[in-house]
Design a binder for this molecule. Structure first.
Ligand code: SF4
Length: 704
């Protein structure tokens, strides 16, 4: 039996895995004790990885218009039909929709083909649903999409604030690290801020069960409270930031007394004041946040309100201090690195970054192409599908994601895809809710077969290794994209023989004409040969000649990535959820993951022990609300909104605030008819980040 190192494909913790391979099968896994993300730990999903593999249910042959074909026919058909759409409707009638499940090398090649060679900016990713608000706030405030912290900061902190994060279920190994840190250091305090009482509260010294959507009001209030009590770090602010006065003015537009903030956030005033006091009186504070903050029509402002408090107190760039967004998917960060978001160009360069279009054009050698690179950003996820609905986008290539399940207003997404003249889907599984909409289906490799890199929430690049042979004719995504590029006449630029060559090119681009003005720089890894790439140990970017071993923490010298080196505090004016409650829809809807499932369950549902945790779609509701509706525990019920319906079994929960309902995101029509959370959500997005509001729907609950 052989043992091989790889990385877990699920959440953004990015745990190292040791896989036991016997006779061409993975027979067991354990945590990699040498990996700095998990030091040998795995959560229940990670420890069941080997139980979710196998050829059963896999897509093994390409299909065109429902007929199985060979690869050559499939690839030529993709190239020809894309070419037809471009000739008839222009380059911008073509779009791509990618995934945080792709490896960085797949992402890089897709971004290069779409933006560099097809000349369309309309390439976005499901990371839009995950991290876009955090990204927008980092860029506006710190000058770059650069997460300042590392996991060790959770262990070095005196106070960890978990806001909008059920860490115990969604990033379990980080939760385990925090639990150990708290055992070792009894002075470490944990505050949990979340409308729901979740398992994460097990570690809470203080719990604030705030009203959904009131996070920005709470952190604005904290900034004003710190200012009024002389708790701001005036020296730090003077030396390293701009914008305090404007941010404070905005925070003071609402009443700043503890009582007023507590009323607006529906929190006990004493608890609120305790939190404010703890935050203000400690220097080493980490505020860790996730989808409860990001998935909001004001997500960027919520992130900014957190950043304002950290900058105001000088609690950033120090061990155990900083704002720390945690990504949902394993490679949400890697996708951002290559430019996988529609508002990015490549390698952390935006369209309006000085000289970026010219620089990337020269690097990719696309000067001879007409058109060359797009001149501005493309459609973000929700807008992309609206453009399909309007008939503006007529060819869409979806890779490794399922937008008919994950996007809001799910039936509208289905209707848009049904109208789209050309839908190409690269996919591992043979039976998904998306495939009926595909004209061309391309079988792709999956975890344990794919070979490349991912970047976790602390900027750590790790290798995911190809350990098992792909089933049937499944191929790697980077290979599929490169072969289509070759058939479109761009073969020279896509002549990759191995993912290591793609990684080296990506690393070179990160350092190309980068004299330190772009934080994302891994140019020191560009010289890796095949052996070096295969053996690459986990490393945190930036990785440069000056920092060849990587960089654990950013902005330690107080110099930020803005043009003048100063971070920005920005005014935040809190806004509530877009969808108002009314008589027909009087309950506030929240959606999220369950502990033992991943996304649409195509892999995790294969493990009986993972299915045991929550075996069927459910609806969590406060017992008082259920009683008032005449409903009982375990009763089947219907959740309805203006856009759709969801059916599941009621779970009465004292952790649920009154007037609120929680449903999980995992079940799809494939598993259980009418149990798709996306049907309940209207497609409201944050105006800056484009991230959809997935935590604040308006619904009613009735018996089934
Ligand atoms: Fe995998 Fe996340 Fe669990 Fe780690 S915490 S084993 S990355 S699912």
């Amino acid at each position: 039996m052989d043992q091989a190192r790889t990385t877990c494909p699920y959440c953004g913790v990015g745990c190292g895995v040791l896989a036991d391979i016997d006779d061409g099968r993975m027979v067991g896994v354990e945590g990699d004790a040498t990996h700095p993300a998990n030091f040998g730990r795995l959560c229940v999903k990670g420890s069941a990885l080997h139980e979710t593999l196998g050829e059963q249910g896999r897509l093994t042959r390409p299909r065109v218009d429902g007929v199985e074909v060979d690869w050559s026919t499939a690839l030529s058909t993709v190239a020809r039909r894309l070419g037809d759409v471009r000739s008839d409707h222009g380059d911008q009638a073509v779009a791509g929709y990618l995934s945080g499940q792709l490896l960085t090398e797949d992402y890089y090649v897709a971004n290069k083909l779409f933006k560099g060679f097809l000349g369309t900016p309309h390439l976005d990713t499901n990371s839009r649903l995950c991290m876009a608000s955090a990204v927008a706030a980092y860029k506006r405030s710190l000058g770059a999409d650069a997460v300042p912290c590392c996991y060790e900061d959770l262990e070095e902190a005196e106070l960890v604030v978990l806001v909008g994060s059920n860490l115990a279920w969604n990033h379990p190994v980080l939760f385990q690290r925090l639990r150990v840190a708290k055992t070792r250091n009894p002075l470490l305090r944990v505050v949990v801020i979340d409308p729901r009482v979740t398992d994460t509260c097990e570690l809470a010294d203080l719990y604030l069960g705030l009203k959904p959507g009131s996070d920005a009001r709470l952190f604005n209030g904290l900034l004003a409270w710190m200012a009024e009590r002389g708790k701001l770090d005036r020296v730090y602010l003077e030396r390293h930031t701009r914008g305090l006065d404007e941010a404070l003015d905005a925070a003071r537009e609402d009443e700043t007394s503890i009582e007023a903030i507590a009323t607006d956030c529906d929190i006990d005033p004493e608890r609120l004041e305790t939190f404010f006091y703890w935050f203000a009186s400690q220097l080493h504070v980490v505020t860790l946040y996730s989808q409860g903050i990001n998935q909001s029509s004001s997500g960027t402002d919520k992130c900014q309100a957190i950043l304002n408090c950290h900058l105001g107190g000088g609690k950033i760039g120090l061990p155990g201090a900083g704002p720390f967004s945690i990504t949902g998917q394993p490679n949400a960060m890697g996708g951002r690195e290559v430019g996988g978001l529609a508002n990015q160009l490549a390698a952390h360069m935006d369209y309006d970054s000085p000289g970026a279009i010219d620089r990337v054009t020269r690097f990719w050698r696309t000067e001879h192409l007409v058109p060359t690179l797009p001149e501005g950003p493309g459609h973000k996820a929700v807008a992309l599908f609206e453009a399909i609905e309007r008939g503006e986008i007529r060819a869409l290539w979806i890779m490794a994601t399922n937008p008919v399940v994950s996007l809001p207003d799910a039936d509208r997404v289905r209707a848009a895809l049904a109208k789209c003249p050309l839908v190409i889907v690269s996919e591992c599984m043979a039976d998904t809710d998306l495939l009926p909409y595909a004209d061309i289906v391309l079988p792709a490799t999956s975890w344990s077969e794919k070979d490349g890199t991912v970047t976790n929430s602390e900027r750590r690049i790790s290798r995911q290794r190809g350990l098992l042979p792909p089933p049937g004719e499944a191929r790697h995504d980077w290979w599929i994209i490169s072969e289509v590029a070759r058939r479109l006449g761009y073969g020279e630029a896509f002549a990759y023989a191995h993912p290591g060559e793609i990684f080296a090119e990506h690393a070179r681009l990160s350092g190309f004409e980068n004299a330190g003005e772009r934080v994302f720089d891994i140019s020191a890894l560009a010289a890796l040969d095949r052996q070096g790439y295969d053996a690459l140990a986990p490393i945190q970017w930036p990785v440069t000649a000056a920092a060849p071993r990587g960089t654990a923490r950013l902005f330690e010298d107080g110099r930020f990535a803005t043009a003048d080196g100063r971070a920005r505090l920005l005014p935040v004016r809190p806004r509530g959820p877009v969808q108002a409650l009314d008589a027909a829809h009087p309950l506030r809807l929240n959606t999220g993951r369950v502990r033992d499932q991943w996304h649409t369950m195509t892999r995790t549902a294969r493990s009986p022990r993972l299915m045991n945790h929550r075996a069927e779609p459910f609806i969590e509701i406060a017992p008082e609300d259920a009683r008032a509706l005449g409903l009982g525990d375990q009763q089947l019920a219907r959740v309805t909104s203006a856009t759709g319906e969801y059916r599941g079994r009621l779970r009465l929960s004292r952790g649920q605030r009154r007037g609120e309902v929680f449903v999980p995101i995992h079940w799809t029509d494939r598993f259980s008819a009418r149990a798709l959370a996306g049907r309940l959500l209207a497609a409201h997005v944050d105006p800056l980040s484009g991230q959809p509001e997935a935590k604040h729907g308006a619904v009613a609950v009735t018996p089934l």
